[in-house]
Design a protein around this ligand. Structure first.
Ligand code: COA
Length: 518
């Protein structure tokens, strides 16, 4: 086997550095000029005392701080994780993969003699780790790929420890509070928010006609809606969307230009809410309700579902929920959409695949399960014994805990505000159950940091706005399709086939092929 490559073979040097007292603006300019994504902050003895990354800049912008006065020391991550130059690349990757860092300072020596000698990117370490024989690397990639960085994206990111997530450079919660969903859609598709009402209207006008279901799809919807004894709305949606892509003549992303793929993406995102509502109504023996041009996105969605124009309050509440779920890091369905796009397949195939991934209970979840828990508890006085029993039995409390967020889920905080403003009989009970559950979990599962997740208040908001429980997850799909399509456009624009490896762990080959018994 070739000699192992070490961190020093892969690191870049000299390192772009900054002083702690420098302004963030000066450090940012240095990063831009040097075309790097981070700077290492050093003291006068050349010791690495911090790291400042593009993510910190976004955090600073999101906090509304002024980069020309903010000091590097205030925004850097202090005492960054470092690696020694003589460590083998595979070993460095194995120990750092789960931490989610992108750049690691390389430090030589020990004690006060520790000097910064380079910087190494996780990408480079990963590349080397991945070309080792499978038996050598098997233990290095965490099951479920948790923490493994598999792509670069400018669509958005989630920062679990801080309880923050963003779409491009804006806090998703700020967007939900200040912009309609069409603006967020434009931000994700075109990398910019509309600056004027005219720009906003031009984008919305492009969406409107695309909301109508074409005849070739409308004709088969009743059969799709009525297939199967049990109505599974996401299964019906993916079947209808498959027909839609074929009828609209979507072609392999590999064979079309950006404008055509963008056009496919606009049409798909626009028609999904109409399909969801039409399928659901047909299943219930009702006529589908056609979209109305005078209604904005969320109001139109509720109208097509319920057949009545909703109050502005309900439309606004649902719109905030929709915006808050447009994108959320490299979740399973987003990854699925990108893998399918990486093969050059058409956009319809990628979205149908993503819906398939979302339909799994470990992903699409079910905000309805949190609501079910509320129903089962029933009254405030039953909350404490019910919750205690459940946790002591080893059950999971629905709507609590998150793989990434180890603090309050920012979506849950926002939706709690929305739910509060809507009022309703469930709200008081929900607040009581939340407070009791957090206390009980802290007592019985100390140190696990379990708080409400997006599902807890999402269910309450949707229920209050008249969305039936079986449409909770499809409603989530109606907004997430915008995120999927943004990722599809990004993947197609800079594509490379995603084709990882697996470690073979079966009986050693080659064995003689046995003859069939007579
Ligand atoms: C979301 C979820 C799957 C994330 O789980 P995870 O990151 O894999 O966390 P783990 O399964 O490693 O759990 C860590 C510990 O917290 C406990 N825990 C996590 N979520 C819990 C919950 N909702 N209720 C009770 N205990 C919980 C686990 O039992 C485990 O305890 P242990 O250390 O004694 O074994 C999990 O929190 C969960 O099942 N929540 C309920 C379902 C839900 O609301 N899903 C929607 C998510 S948006």
């Amino acid at each position: 086997m070739a000699t192992e490559r070490t961190v020093s073979d892969l690191m870049s040097h000299p390192v772009v550095t900054a002083q702690p007292a420098e302004t963030v603006a000066a450090a940012a300019q240095n990063m831009r000029e040097s075309k790097v994504g981070s700077v290492v902050v050093i003291d006068h003895d050349d010791r690495a005392i911090g790291i400042l990354t593009e993510r910190d800049m976004i955090r600073l912008a999101a906090a509304g701080s002024d980069a020309s006065t903010a000091k590097v020391s205030e925004w850097m991550t202090a005492d960054p994780y470092t690696v020694a130059p003589d460590v083998e690349a595979r070993a460095a990757f194995a120990s750092l993969a789960e931490r989610g860092y992108r750049h690691i300072p390389v430090v030589d020596g020990n004690g006060t003699g520790r000097k910064l000698v380079g910087i190494v990117s996780m990408r480079d370490l990963m590349r080397v780790a991945m070309i080792q024989p499978a038996d050598a690397q098997a233990h290095e990639v965490p099951k479920g790929l948790e923490g493994v960085v598999v792509a670069d994206t400018t669509v958005g990111d989630v920062r679990g420890l801080e309880g923050f997530y963003h779409y491009r450079q804006y806090s998703a919660v700020d967007l939900a509070k200040s912009r309609p969903i069409e603006d967020v859609w434009q931000l994700l598709f075109e990398n910019r928010l509309p600056a004027t009402l005219e720009e906003r209207e031009a984008f919305a006008a492009n969406i409107r006609p695309r909301r109508v279901i074409p005849p070739a799809v409308a004709d088969v919807l009743p059969a799709i809606a009525r297939a199967g004894e049990v109505f599974v709305p996401l299964d019906a949606l993916r079947t209808a969307l498959s027909q839609y892509g074929a009828a609209a003549g979507f072609r392999a992303s590999h064979d079309i230009d950006h404008e055509t793929l963008y056009d496919n993406a606009m049409s798909t995102c626009a028609v999904v809410p109409t399909l969801i509502c039409a399928l659901w109504r047909l299943r219930r023996g009702l006529e589908p309700v056609a979209p109305r041009d005078d209604l904005a996105y969320a109001a139109n969605y509720l109208y097509m579902m319920q057949g009545e124009v909703p109050t502005p309050e309900y439309a606004a509440a649902v719109e905030k929920y929709l915006i808050s779920t447009v994108d959320h890091g490299f979740n399973a369905s987003t990854f699925t959409a990108r893998v399918i796009t990486s093969t050059g397949a058409d956009l319809g195939a990628a979205v149908v695949g993503a819906i398939g991934a979302l339909s799994g209970p470990l992903h699409g979840g079910a905000p309805s399960r949190a609501l079910q828990m509320l129903d089962e508890i029933g009254t405030a006085d039953r909350a404490e014994p019910w919750l205690r029993d459940a946790v002591e039995r080893g059950d999971r409390l629905m709507g609590f805990g998150h793989r990434v967020y180890k603090t309050d889920d920012p979506r849950s905080l926002m939706l709690r505000e929305v739910a509060d403003s809507l009022g309703g009989d469930k709200m008081e009970l929900a607040r009581h159950i939340e407070a009791t559950a957090v206390r009980v979990l802290d007592e019985l599962k100390p140190g696990r940091r379990l708080y409400t997740n997006v599902e807890f208040y999402a269910g309450i908001v949707m229920d209050r706005c008249g969305i039936p429980r079986e449409l909770f997850t499809p409603t989530f799909a109606a907004s997430r399709v915008i995120g999927w399509c943004a990722h599809i456009l990004e993947q197609a624009a800079d594509n490379r086939l995603i084709r990882p490896s697996a470690q073979y762990v079966g009986p050693p080959p080659p064995q003689p092929v046995p003859a069939i018994a007579p």
